[in-house]
Design a binder for this molecule. Sequence first.
Ligand code: NAD
Length: 257
Amino acid sequence: MFNDLQGKRVLITGSTAGIGLAAAKAFIRSGAKVGINGSRNESCQKAKAELAALGGDVEFFIADVSKSEQCEKLVNDFVERFGGMDVLINNAGGLGGRRGLEAIDDEFYDHVMNLNARSAMMVTKFAIPHLRAAAKASGKTTSVISSGSIAGREGGGLGASLYASSKAWLHNMHRNWVKEFTKDNIRFNVVAPGSIDTAFHSDKSQELIEKISSTIPMGRFGTSEEVAPTYLFLASHACSGYITGQIIDVNGGQMAP
Ligand code: NAD
């Protein structure tokens, strides 16, 4: 479907499970060269076993992207392995726990913001020179795509104020980066999932999941495989070369901003 992704060098942070892993599989099937990332060796080994059958040019990079120095190393290791970068997907992230305002302290603030905000900013910062060079060499746009959230649009659930705000922060960073880097032929878009059936929701009871499902016009959570193609669409110059600065909602009608 996305023919021009053949041979493209794609780094996906947080791609050992859930949405990132589904996106990785879809990029591999499209002939892209894919860098898989997770912060823990065990999760990388699990993903390795799952991806083995697909073949393709795939490498695994263990790096905790909530730490700036590991973001720099991740980008350097990826570029050394693949010779450059055409697409960056900032997908690593998570709730980081739930706390009401009065229970938030500096440590919790840093934990959630480092995981969702600093991570995407720093990986993007270190990737920019490589994305710029690849765009110049190919004469086509290169692409940064980040995983935002429906929470970044509507404020998030109880105890998730920091998570929701970190995603709104990320949505807005993209709008700013468009102003700074469009001259370099780099595009910036966000995929904002609604409620998607992954480990992200493992703290919820079946009863709560059914309650949330009843508020979704499609009546159910989405799957990671239903989110993945949107990343491919936004990575493909042929499909979306004139789309930048946008937030694409993939949420079964849960919210229509
Ligand atoms: P998941 O928990 O299934 O996967 C998260 C991935 O990120 C895993 O591969 C994990 O190893 C990796 N990761 C976590 N911390 C990391 C770190 N510090 N460094 C490197 N990798 C790290 O979650 P998911 O549901 O697939 O979520 C993916 C993204 O989508 C996240 O940014 C999440 O906030 C966002 N999102 C998810 C939903 C949802 O309903 N599932 C909704 C909106 C947004």
